[in-house]
Design a protein around this ligand. Structure first.
Ligand code: G6P
Length: 371
């Protein structure tokens, strides 16, 4: 077993450290050598005309994969300009979603065996949608039933709490967003080059966060003494906040809530009391001032704020928070692929500090094959 964990204490920690490789492998062969275009024509059998004819996208998934789908929505909408809705699979089927022949349904599943996701996929097909799967398991049920498949090359994920599968799903969405945008003519080549260059830097940027992995131990130990906390952020930071909150709940059993930073004042602020930890993601530069003002709202009510900020902005953010961690600078659209890493490490160390079984949390299964 030790060998399988390659010297790491837990599968989760090993898998967190495998993310740079997972990113490289998921990008490999899908970006042109000259870095000027993305191609998924082997994965997606749709003609340019069919891609241009897509009028809406539904992203359907469960758990962590659903959170990747929240990022996927922003990626596809901003690059390819197609309206996207993201749903949890167990809700999607029962709300009579509006599915037309020009609806592209994207199902996201690490295992490719989740019953809720599979049922939603079949429902979408029955209604005439084209279904694209993003999955980590070649030949899985989801991969077999979908029309098109983008495989994430994260390698086997053993820990129940998903890490490298989630972040590889983000890479798949970036590739997909770029590809759809190219085919639909909603992006120019210079933009593709910029995004692709920044994507190529992600693996080493993750490595640089991992080199400082021990930094998160202290804050995780402090957090592990609390029973309640908040994750806040705006835009993509809110999507990542939701994943960070889920990760922490899954393995540390600490209750947390992820909130859109601007929405706090409409109710949740009532729960902020002296000493409560608030983890604030502040990576979206155009929303900076707004998020900082929301941080002040919780600080004024006694919260202990831990900020995750872009490198170069950490001094600015440090003025408003109690502790700051910086992540390397990338394009705003790509920050989730970096900002999730400190949150994974935080959950891991908080779970350890509580003496929990990190890789096999209570009540949860890696793959849920019942509805
Ligand atoms: C289970 C796991 C979660 C996972 C979800 C979806 O509930 O405990 O970690 O996110 O299933 O799994 P999938 O394999 O479809 O991505």
């Amino acid at each position: 077993v030790t060998a399988e964990k390659a010297g790491f204490d837990h599968f989760m920690l090993k898998e967190i450290h495998e993310q740079p490789k997972a990113y490289r492998d998921t990008m490999m062969g899908r970006i042109a050598e000259d870095g000027k275009s993305v191609t998924l024509s082997k994965e997606i059998g749709m003609t340019t005309e069919q891609i241009r004819g897509i009028s809406r996208v539904h992203i359907v998934a469960c758990g962590t994969a659903f959170h990747a789908g929240l990022v996927g929505k922003t990626v596809i909408e901003s690059l390819a300009r197609i309206p996207v809705e993201t749903d949890v699979a167990s809700e999607y089927r029962y709300r009579s979603p509006i599915i037309t022949p020009d609806t592209l349904v994207i199902v996201v599943s690490q295992s490719g065996e989740t019953a809720d996701t599979l049922a939603a996929l079949r429902e979408a097909k029955r209604n005439g949608a084209r279904v694209l799967a993003i999955t980590n398991v070649v030949g899985s049920s989801v991969a077999r039933d979908a029309d098109d498949v983008i495989t994430t090359w994260a390698g086997p994920e053993i820990a129940v709490a998903s890490t490298k599968a989630y972040s590889s799903q983000l890479i798949a969405f970036y590739l997909l967003g770029l590809y759809l945008a190219q085919e639909r003519g909603t992006i120019d080549q210079a933009q593709v080059v910029d995004i692709v260059e920044a994507m190529h830097r992600l693996p080493e940027q993750v490595e640089s966060i991992l080199e400082q992995a021990e930094l998160f131990k202290g804050v995780a130990e402090a957090v592990s003494k609390h029973d309640n906390l908040f994750f806040i952020g705006r835009g993509l930071d809110f999507a990542v906040a939701q994943e960070g909150s889920l990760k922490l709940k899954e393995i540390s059993y600490i209750h947390s809530e992820a909130y859109a930073a601007g929405e706090l004042k409409h109710g949740t602020l009532a729960l902020i009391e002296d000493g409560i930890p608030v983890i604030a993601l502040v990576t979206q530069e155009d929303l900076y001032e707004k998020t900082l003002s929301n941080i002040k709202e919780v600080k004024a009510r006694g919260a202990h704020v831990i900020g995750i900020a872009n490198s170069g902005y950490e001094d600015e953010v440090a003025k408003s928070v109690d502790e700051t961690f910086s992540i390397p600078r990338t394009l705003p659209l790509l920050t989730p692929a970096l900002s999730v890493v400190p949150l994974q490490l935080l959950s891991y160390h908080a779970s350890l500090a509580r003496g929990n079984d990190v890789d096999k949390p209570r009540n949860l299964a890696k793959s849920v094959t019942v509805e």
